[in-house]
Design a binder for this molecule. Structure first.
Ligand SMILES: [Zn+2]
Length: 277
């Protein structure tokens, strides 16, 4: 019977300042009619995950509009300095006057892996040319971008692989983490992995119970991709208990090698590449 490694890495969690967390929880309730299950503030999130075997937490936050990335990133840098064992995808908004200068400064922190772009929420296109200086900075500084660019669980005109391909045509060396394994365009994102060795997919939200399950393509494709997948939870902004997705993944009866790689080894290799630790 396979099991999870005793200590795991969560490569897709969220931490926000208290008032932003509260705003997000209110928004989710209003928009989706469902309460966020784990309404925990940043420190409590870290303690909660640590108590459950998550040794390393890679978190992100995003600027839902202009003018907030600077404050968020000041908060990120403070949190990183106060807390060991956590890594960050920082906030960026291309509409900010000092966007590139600010992100250059934030990138100089060794535990800032890169930044997060959330095209569904931020409502600009991946190939928006205001992002080109960011992509160039990411390449130059050996950083990585966490992208919410898929059409699932919900989409709009700014998400979808066709938009991302335009970016990759221009910047084929970009190192990217694709949230939610690219749902719902799974097969197309899997194909991208062949061509672009710097791309990884994270599992967040793909293995929820019942009708919420997004990934239904079976085990063999997961086994074939196990070197390029990273476990992520989207914690704490979940409509299900975090444990349910873990149970679903374990219940799929994938190989021990799959669980070891996806929950720990791939993440360690990636962190080592980016930070040397
Ligand atoms: Zn997320």
């Amino acid at each position: 019977m396979p099991s999870l490694p005793e200590k795991i890495v969560d490569f897709h969690a969220h931490l926000f300042p208290d008032e932003l967390f509260e705003a997000i929880w209110r928004f989710f309730q209003r928009e989706y009619g469902l309460p966020v299950v784990h309404q925990l503030y940043a420190r409590d999130c870290i303690d909660y995950l640590r108590a459950r075997g998550v040794e390393t937490i890679v978190y992100s936050n995003y600027a839902h509009r202009e003018g907030v990335a600077g404050t968020l990133n000041d908060w990120n840098l403070r949190l990183l300095d106060e807390t060991g064992g956590i890594y960050c995808f920082a906030a960026f908004h291309p509409g900010d006057d000092d966007a590139v200068r600010m992100i250059r400064r934030v990138f100089s922190h060794p535990r800032v892996l890169g930044c997060k772009l959330h095209f569904l929420v931020q409502r600009f296109y991946p190939h928006d040319e205001r992002l080109f200086p960011l992509y160039e900075e990411v390449l130059e500084q050996g950083k990585r971008i966490l992208l919410h660019v898929g059409t699932g669980p919900i989409g709009n005109e700014y998400v979808g692989i066709a938009h991302l391909k335009k970016v990759l045509d221009r910047y084929p060396g970009l190192k990217l983490n694709i949230a939610h394994m690219g749902a719902f365009e799974f097969r197309d994102f899997f194909d991208l992995l062949q061509q672009y060795p710097g791309i990884y997919l994270d599992t967040s939200y793909c293995f929820l119970p019942d009708n919420f399950r997004m990934f239904r393509l079976g085990n063999s494709v997961l086994e074939s991709l196990k070197g390029r997948l990273l476990y992520g939870s989207d914690f704490p902004n979940l409509f299900h208990h975090r444990r349910e997705e873990l149970d679903a993944l374990l219940g799929m009866g994938l190989s021990q090698d799959f669980y070891s790689r996806v929950f720990r080894e791939n993440a360690h290799d990636l962190l080592c590449t980016h930070t040397g630790t």
